[in-house]
Ligand binder design. Structure first.
Ligand code: PLP
Length: 472
């Protein structure tokens, strides 16, 4: 047998391959093959394995190799020794439950999903330079750093950036680095609930995947506060009894308003009067196309606002880095929650981002992306005017998506279904509404950030065709 690359005798009726041209010990190969047969159910519970001497002879290996493989699987609970020297498949082995079939998302030819940065433009070279720099210069002890707040170098670089570009009043000591906005808001809501908060207010409509489920899981009541095209409505705010209000004043998601000064003041007043916390979601503030973005609300009242930012819209969601700028009294508790959650974010990525910020690469990247997104947005608005007259785009010129209000004769779900039949994905607004009554106008959320201008034009022409078919 020596010299053969592969031996393939049978265990019961099953083939068992042992290869000599791979750097895996023979007993491990035998154990892996038998284990796989047991897991798949091809070797059923209670079935006998061949005596070690026989299998060894079949495989052309020493008996000790087979004994070692059986001993390993016996120790793991897959096999059991029986009186008389037999070995069989142990009774405790469970076959994996049948998994539901994986359903692939429908393949749309033109997909107006929202919330995606165009990661094809990820600044690979600059990111590589920052990573190389960090790997070359980081001191050995820093590799072992675990911190709930995050790497000091990143907190310093971020405070400088946010204070300069977003008008915050951020002290590096009050920043906590998180795995994106999703983790930041969850940690914060859990801390607030632990400290006795019971009611969380949200803009209505608002995202349904972060603050809302986190609040419900933490046992908080959720209250919706309506928005109009400028952002959250403050007229009825005095009647809103909540400990916390989450809002996106720079670019409301999804309606797209930028909160005017008087309403910003009203929101801050409301929070100060009842010592409530405002959570500011500043998710895409770098992408304002018609003018400089308004400074962050946090700058008006740093002790009343927890400011949340993320790289997900500006750089790439896969980087998984976000940040909270916190009022002093919350920082320790949130940093402790972060340590409890995951021991702190990955240090090298944080240091690379610090270098990236300090070199001005983040500014350069957003400066490069802005005209690209602006052109796509303009293409979308032009196509809507042409192919969907009567529909009205809403919101300021910013970000990666647009909301379009539909004329009363078009139902948003029917239009989305009609578009899907033509290979175009669009998202109706309704699922993001909190109150069951109130504004019932139909609208679609159209993400344009990863589509070429020609794809946008084609997609909206098809949406227009879907509308025509509905009206016929
Ligand atoms: C309104 C809003 N804020 C923030 C985020 C970013 O979340 P994360 O930083 O966890 O990727 C998103 C989502 O993708 C969002 O829609």
């Amino acid at each position: 047998m020596a010299g053969n690359r592969t031996n393939s005798p049978r265990v019961g009726e099953l083939r068992l391959d042992v290869r000599r041209d791979v750097p895996v010990a023979l007993h491990r190969q035998i154990a892996a093959a038998v284990r796989a047969h047991i897991r798949s159910g091809r070797l059923p519970i209670g079935s006998s394995l061949p005596p070690t001497r026989l299998l060894a002879a079949d495989l052309g290996v020493s008996r000790g190799v087979v004994i070692e493989a059986y001993a390993q699987l016996t120790a793991e609970g897959y096999l059991a020794s029986r009186p008389g020297g037999y070995t069989e498949v142990a009774g405790g082995v469970r076959e994996p439950a049948d998994r539901p079939p994986v359903i692939e998302p429908a393949a749309y030819r033109i997909d107006f999903s929202y919330g995606r940065a165009d990661v094809a433009h990820f600044p690979r070279q600059a990111w590589l330079r920052s990573f190389r720099q960090v790997l070359t210069t980081t001191s050995t002890p820093e590799f072992a750093l675990l911190s709930g707040r995050g790497a000091p170098a990143l907190r310093t670089a971020l405070a400088d950036y946010l204070n300069r570009v977003r008008g915050t009043v951020a002290d590096p000591r009050n920043i906590v680095i998180t795995n994106g906005f999703a983790q930041g808001i969850r940690l914060l809501i859990q801390v607030l609930a632990d400290q006795g908060a019971t009611r969380l207010a949200l803009e209505d409509p608002a995202p349904d995947d972060d603050a809302r489920p986190a609040a419900l899981r933490a046992g908080l009541a959720v209250i919706g506060v309506p928005v109009d095209e400028q952002g959250i409505l403050t007229d009825g705010l005095d009647d809103v009894d909540a400990d916390t209000l989450v809002l996106a004043p720079s670019h409301q998601w999804p309606v797209g308003g930028a909160l005017p000064a008087a309403r910003r003041a009203a929101v801050v007043r409301w929070a100060c009067e009842r010592n409530a916390l405002l959570i500011e979601d500043d998710y895409d503030a770098e992408y304002r196309f018609d003018r400089d973005p308004l400074g962050a609300l946090q700058g008006l009242a740093p002790e009343q606002v927890a400011y949340a930012g993320t790289l997900s819209k500006t750089l790439a969601p896969g980087v998984r880095i976000g940040w909270l700028v916190l009022p002093e009294h919350l920082t320790d508790a949130v940093a402790e929650a972060k340590i409890a959650a995951d021991r702190g974010s990955a240090t090298l990525e944080q240091l690379a981002l610090a270098d990236f910020l300090v070199r001005g690469e983040f500014d350069r990247h957003t400066r490069r992306m802005r005209p690209l997104y602006r052109a796509r947005r303009e293409a979308l608005v032009a196509a809507l005017h042409r192919h969907l007259p009567g529909a009205r785009p809403a919101g300021i010129a910013a970000g990666l998506h647009l909301l379009v209000w539909l004329p009363p004769d078009l139902d948003e779900q029917e239009l989305a279904d009609g578009a899907a039949k033509l290979g175009v994905f669009v998202q109706p607004l309704s699922r993001y509404r909190i109150a069951p009554v109130g504004d019932r106008r139909g609208a679609l959320i159209l993400g344009y950030s990863v589509l070429s201008e020609s794809a946008i034009a084609e997609g909206i022409a098809l949406l227009g065709e879907a509308a025509r078919r509905l009206r016929r």
